[in-house]
Design a protein around this ligand. Sequence first.
Ligand SMILES: Cc1ncc(COP(=O)(O)O)c(C=O)c1O
Length: 397
Amino acid sequence: MATSFPELNPGPRLLLGPGPSNVHPRVMKAMASPVVGHLDADFVRVMEDIKRLLRIVFQTANEITFPVSGTGSSGMETALMNLVEEGDEVVIAIAGVFGERLADAAGRLGARVHRVEAPWGRIIEAERIEAALKTAAKPKLLAIVHAETSTGAWQPVEALGALAHRYGALFLLDAVTSLGCVPVEIDKWEVDACYSCTQKGISAPPGLAPVTFSERAMAAVRARKTPSRSWYFDLAMIERYWGAERVYHHTAPITMNYALYEALRIIVEEGLETRFRRHRENAAAMQAGLAALGLEPAAQAGHLLPQLAVVKVPPGIDEAAVRAELVRKYNIEIAGGLGPFKGKVWRIGTLGESSRREHVTLALGALETILAGMGVEVARGAALAAAERAWREASAA
Ligand SMILES: Cc1ncc(COP(=O)(O)O)c(C=O)c1O
C-alpha cells in the first residue's frame, strides 16, 4: 500500500468549456479567509450580503433568494422538491440534456410530465408550450432551460412567465448557464423559481446553487398537502436558517460562500450591462473566428448563446484528439458533445472570467494550428482577422 502521495499539482488551465470557468484571483484569495462557524456573526453578515448581491444579479426583489449548498442540480431539486407534489401536472420543455434532466427529476417525484420537445439545437416555440399548458387539466408548473448547455441554443423566455400564469401554472427557469452572462430578469419576466450555479457565469468554483423564489411560489410551498419529499432541500426548513431565525439546518459550506460573495462583488463592480456587453462582444468575435475556420454552429440561427459556441466537428476529424492537443500544447480546456452530440460537436465557452479578448485570440489561434496540422483546409490567419473585425465593429457601434 502506498504510504506517500504526491502534492496536488493540477495544470494551470484556461477554462473555455461550458463550465467551470476561470476563477478570479480575488475569489481564490477570499477562499483562504479563516473558516468560522456557520452561525458566527461574521458569517451571518456574509450570508445577508450574499442574499442582497444575488437579488441584484437575479434582478429581483424576492425575499427568498439564497445559495443552496450543492451544485446547480441541487438548485433544480430544491425547486422541484418544493413546488411539485405527487400527481401534479407539469409541462417541461425539452431540447437537450438539461431539459431532459428536469423531466427525469419531476417524473421521480410522481408528477405527470407533459413533454414539449424540439430537436436538439432548436428552440421550443411558445405556441407549442401553450398547447401543452392547454392540454394539461390543471398545470402546476412550466419548466424550461434558458441556455441549453448541450446544444448552445438560447431559448427566448421573456414572455413565458405571463403565459404560465394565464394557465394557473408557476414558471420555473433553469439559469445555470445564463446567470452572469446574459440578462436574467426574474421579476420583469414573472419567473416564480430559478436556479443557477457558481461555476459558470459567476466564475467561482462549483459547489453552490443560487436560487430565488417568488411570493407566488412560496405560497404554493406553504399550501403543500404533504411535506417536501426531501429533508435536505426542504425550503420551509432552509428558510429558517437563511432567514432571520438562524435555526441550524445543515452546516453551510463556509469557504464556498466566501467565494460566492467575492465573485458577486466583482460582478456588481463591473456592472451587469457592462458584463453582458463583454460577453456579447467576445462571443461575436469567437463566433466569427470559428466560422472563418469553417466550423458551423449546431444551434438554430438567430438563437446562438453568446457565452457558449457549440460547433460541428469537421468530417473525418477525431474531436477528442483535437481537445487533447489543446490541453497538451496550450493548456486550454474545451468540451465535447453529450448524448446524441457526442463525437459530433465541440462546446467552446466564454463564460464569466473566461470571456476575455486574449482568451478568444489564443483559442482561435490554437484551433487553427491544430486543425491545419490535421489536414483541415483552413485559410491561415482568417479566424483572427474575422475576430478582430468583430471587435472593431463592436467598438464602432
Ligand atoms: C443548463 C444546465 N442545467 C443544470 C446543470 C447542472 O448543474 P451542475 O452540474 O452544477 O449540477 C448544468 C450543468 O452543466 C447545466 O448546464
